[in-house]
Design a binder for this molecule. Structure first.
Ligand code: F0G
Length: 459
């Protein structure tokens, strides 16, 4: 076996990258007050802002797009899509939506009441916002190992089982309408959840007769990491592991923009026919008729093919190994990251990268600015700009618990030389990290402020 892992595809269609100079980028980032969300993507060389909707579709997916049947009701494209989900995940009721958060809104509208509590290993921001929008509390229960960035524990996405039991002991069972597990745990560093942990969560849910839902965005990456790192699963097929993960659940929400490798799409699935009926009623109100749910027939076709391709082992091996490759090379240069690398992204610990910048001076924002100016690379801050809060009474800024910068890797989009370039740029920056300046917020919205905030350098 050769040690070089190649991209298991050839390139049939290309998209030009516009090269810019450091001088241009210094001006461009100033023009948007140092917020990379406000840059035009044509001014970015390597865009690692997100792995969501940014993947490259295959020739088979594009062929399926042409097969898309755009009938309002009962399109064969819907039935092909429904079958693909059922074959992989085993849920009888499959409701298409335009993206993950639409599935979340419908699920929580139907299942949650004010005063309810929803436990999750870690809620993604839109999941939390949709729970809270119903007047319910989003309770994060990450495992203790997730707090240790440097340990090599392979399943830092796990849920804290004791914490889950405590939640059921302290709250009336009726107040916990469902339990969710996010695979992989994006907000927790892209870390996977072990099958053993999922089984334990399912057992607690069964004990208290509450349904278990998966936030399944990155289910295939999670399954492959189980195969690689969980004892007893090395020789199993990924599809078998996927089937077992979903067999433990009563339903799922899915953003197909991740592990179905499409640019738009998602779904909500359940085993409960009554729930499915209520969910479809809501779907009709805002998304569309249940056989298209806010998507075109061609989108449903692309999802059906993407769901088959994403569980191919050659693809997953390349995917996981290329993320690991980026992580390994950064670590070799001394760059502090969350270990071990997860499936879809590398998370740099900005607090340790630039320790001279205190949390309230936004080390993560500083790192995103420097990465852009030096190499045209766009990452995203997951730290005080995103999760810090202003005390409503004193107006005082409070820092977040972690200062991270996520470099998310779009699926099948960049080659190894693009990643080598990223390694080189981060390495160069690391040498001069002690000159990185701090930032302060000069303008912010009342919620989800990181999208539109304006920053200024602090001398
Ligand atoms: N759940 C998780 C775990 C996610 O990572 C996302 C999206 C969603 C739900 C919502 O899905 O965007 O289709 O509505 N994450 C993207 C990201 C945006 O960059 O991590 P959506």
């Amino acid at each position: 076996m050769f040690k070089t892992i190649i991209e298991p595809f050839r390139i049939k269609s290309v998209e030009a990258i516009r090269m810019t100079t450091g001088e241009e980028r210094r001006r461009l980032i100033r023009d948007v007050d140092f917020n990379v969300f406000l840059l035009q993507s044509r001014d970015v060389i390597i865009d690692l802002l997100t792995d969501s909707g940014t993947g490259a579709m295959s020739a088979e997916q594009w062929a399926a797009v042409m097969r898309g049947d755009e009938s309002y009701a009962g399109s064969p494209s819907f039935y092909r899509f429904e079958r693909a989900v059922q074959d992989l995940m085993g849920f009888p009721h499959v409701i298409p939506v335009h993206q993950g958060r639409a599935a979340e809104r419908i699920l929580f509208s139907v299942m949650c009441r004010p005063g309810d509590v929803v436990p999750n290993n870690t809620h993604f921001d839109t999941t939390r916002a949709n729970v809270e929008f119903q007047g319910a509390t989003a309770l994060d229960l990450p495992c203790a190992e997730s707090r240790e960035f440097d340990s090599d524990f392979p399943f830092k996405g796990n849920m804290d089982i004791e914490g889950l039991r405590r939640a059921f002991e302290t709250h009336d069972r009726e107040k916990i309408p469902l339990v969710m597990v996010t695979v992989t745990n994006n907000s927790g560093g892209g870390q996977p959840v072990s099958l053993e942990n999922l089984r334990q969560v399912a057992e607690v849910c069964r004990e208290y007769a509450r349904p278990l839902y998966l936030d399944a965005c990155r289910f295939a990456e999670n399954a492959y990491l189980i195969k690689l790192n969980e004892k007893g699963h090395e020789d199993r097929g990924v599809k078998e592991i996927v089937a077992e993960m979903f067999a433990l659940a009563d339903g799922c929400t899915m953003s197909a923009k991740k592990d179905a490798i499409v640019n738009i799409g998602g779904f909500l699935a359940t085993r409960d026919p009554d729930l499915a009926r209520q969910e479809k009623d809501l779907l009709i109100l805002t998304e569309g008729f249940p056989t298209y749910g806010g998507l075109a027939g061609r989108d449903l076709e692309a999802m059906a093919v993407g769901l088959k391709e994403v569980v191919e082992e050659d693809y997953l091996r390349y995917r996981i190994m290329s993320t690991r490759y980026l992580g390994r090379h950064l670590v070799e240069m001394g760059v502090p990251i969350i270990q071990p690398p997860g499936g879809h992204a590398i998370y740099i610990d900005a607090a340790r990268f630039a320790p001279q910048i205190p949390p309230l001076r936004l080390p993560g924002i500083s790192l995103t600015v420097e990465l852009y100016v030096l190499g045209g690379i766009r990452g995203v801050e997951i730290g005080t700009a995103m999760f810090g809060r202003r005390d409503p009474e004193t107006g005082e800024e409070m820092p977040a618990r972690k200062e991270l910068v996520r470099l998310a890797i779009p699926r099948r989009t960049y080659t190894q030389s693009h990643i080598d370039y990223v390694v080189e740029v981060v390495g160069e920056l690391y040498k001069t990290r002690d000159t990185m300046p701090g930032y302060r917020i000069t303008h912010q919205a009342n919620f989800l402020r990181h999208f539109t905030a304006r920053y200024a350098q602090v001398e």
